[in-house]
Each structure stands twice: as C-alpha cells, then as structure tokens.
Design a protein around this ligand. Structure first.
Ligand SMILES: Nc1ncnc2c1ncn2[C@@H]1O[C@H](COP(=O)(O)OP(=O)(O)OP(=O)(O)O)[C@@H](O)[C@H]1O
Length: 248
C-alpha cells in the first residue's frame, strides 16, 4: 500500500519506538488554496501541537485539502505551511518521511497482492534492509493484532481488515504523525470500535478528518471548517456541539 512518500524515497525515519513521544508542530500561516477560481482554503492561520487533532465540516468544506496540503500534495496559493520547521513544498520529502497518510479508500494504497509483501515493499522503498523490513512488518502486524492477515491476499480482505492493514503499513515506517482521512467511513460498528481502540493506544500524533463524530470525543482539539475557514477551534465537546448546531 502506498502509505507515505514511496515514490520519492526521502530520509529514513530515525526512530520507531512506540514508547517515545512522537509529535510535530504544524504551523499554517495565512494559507489560502484556490483551485479553478474557487477558494478551497481561505486564509488559515493555525498552530497544531496536540497529540489528537480532529477536523470536521460539511462535504466540500476543505478538510481533505487541508490534510493534503500538510504533506505537500496540495500547494498553498498563498501563505506557508511549516511542519517541524520544514516547508510543505520545498521540504515535502522530509515531511512525508515522518508523516504517514491514510486515505479514505485503502484500495488506492495497494501495490502488492499479499499483505506482508505489500508492507515490505513500502519499507524497502524507504531504505530499510531485508532484516529490518521483516522485523518491522511483523511488529506492525503484531501491534494491531492482525498477524494472521500477513499471508492473506489483500483483495480478499474486508474493508475493515484492509483499513487495519493500511494503518500497519503506515505505522511500520515509524512516523511521528499520521493523517487520517475519514478512517472509519467503510467500517461496521465492530471495526469502528476496534479502530477507535487502536487510535487511542497510538503514541503517534494523529490528525483525523471524520464525519464519525464520536471518534473525536476524547481528542485534544477539534477544528470545525466551513467553506475553507475555521469556524470553531476548541475542545471536542464544544466544537462538536457547535458543528451539530450548524448542521441542524
Ligand atoms: N484539484 C481541484 N480542482 C478543483 N477543485 C478542487 C480540487 N480539489 C478540491 N477541490 C474542491 O475543493 C472543495 C473542497 O474539497 P475537499 O476534498 O477538501 O473537501 P472535504 O471537506 O474533504 O469534503 P468531503 O467531506 O466531501 O470529503 C470541493 O468543492 C472540491 O470540489
């Protein structure tokens, strides 16, 4: 699965220990994104340092664009985005080396048919040797309690299993931060609960775009975005109440 910046390689993550503090400071400075004459992000200025950051908003409000801009997949038309001192455009490779991205549809991230081979492909592309790769694949599958899926064919997995495999691929690279774009959109209640537990146990920083508002209940901070602007930035209870009110 094409979890982080495989195509460009980039510096290898230096530490993967889940016990160490892993988070980055993300600074949006007057960021606007204009696409085909439409303002998608409108003058965002934000500093994000928390471990759990949620982003909510109606369809088309700019949430995915915000996530993608953080790792240089979308360039600001105006302003800058700095992640741990690195510019999202000129230093995109370095940012992606420590910032994983989990797409809405895990099928988009599949490269190899067998789960373990697919995970190994991502690691080799990041410069890990054969022994390191095998150890990291095993550790990531163990961490999510999905070792049994290692030899399975990805296209035969359920949506929930694929989502967990995709996350294993991201975590195996040792990111500081993981960006999630609607991670539970395809999951049934059981797998949602499972994903929630996995997320709660992750020491890595997480920025999560979600329509599944319950997922964000115990987050540190929630941003409500509307037409490319932040209309609330608060603890979950307050931010989500405001979002529910605006959506009624
Ligand atoms: N490359 C592009 N060219 C033109 N318009 C774009 C482009 N990328 C995004 N947009 C538009 O920008 C707006 C915001 O898109 P974005 O995907 O960020 O929304 P979102 O909040 O993630 O929506 P959803 O909840 O539906 O996933 C949409 O109206 C979309 O059509």
């Amino acid at each position: 699965m094409n979890h982080t910046d495989r195509s460009e390689g980039g510096p290898r993550p230096t530490a993967a220990s889940p016990s160490t503090e892993r988070r980055q400071t993300i600074v949006f400075d007057a960021v606007s994104v204009v696409r085909e004459g439409r303002t998608v992000l409108d003058g965002l200025s934000l500093t994000l340092t928390e471990r759990r950051i949620g982003i909510v908003g109606r369809n088309g409000s700019g949430k995915s664009t915000l996530l993608k801009s953080l790792i240089g997949l979308v360039a600001p038309t105006e302003g800058t985005i700095i992640v741990d001192g690195r510019d999202s455009i000129t230093d995109a490779r370095a940012i992606r080396a420590v910032t994983g991205f989990l797409f809405q549809n895990p099928d988009n991230q599949i490269v190899f048919p067998i789960v373990a081979e697919d995970l190994a492909f991502g690691l080799k592309n990041h410069g890990f040797d054969r022994a390191q790769t095998a150890a990291r694949v095993d550790a990531a599958l163990d961490r999510l309690d999905i070792r049994a899926l290692g030899r399975r064919r990805i296209h035969e997995l359920s949506g929930g299993e694929k989502q967990l495999v995709a996350l294993a691929g991201v975590l195996a690279l040792g990111p500081k931060t993981v960006l999630f774009d609607e991670p539970t959109s395809q999951l049934d209640l059981h797998n949602r609960n499972r994903f929630r537990a996995v997320l709660a146990a992750m020491p890595e920083q997480a920025v999560v775009v979600a329509h599944d508002l319950e997922l964000l209940d115990d987050f540190d901070r929630v941003l409500v975005i509307d037409a490319g602007r932040i209309v609330a930035d608060d603890r979950p209870s307050r931010a989500l109440a405001l979002y529910r009110e605006r959506s009624a």
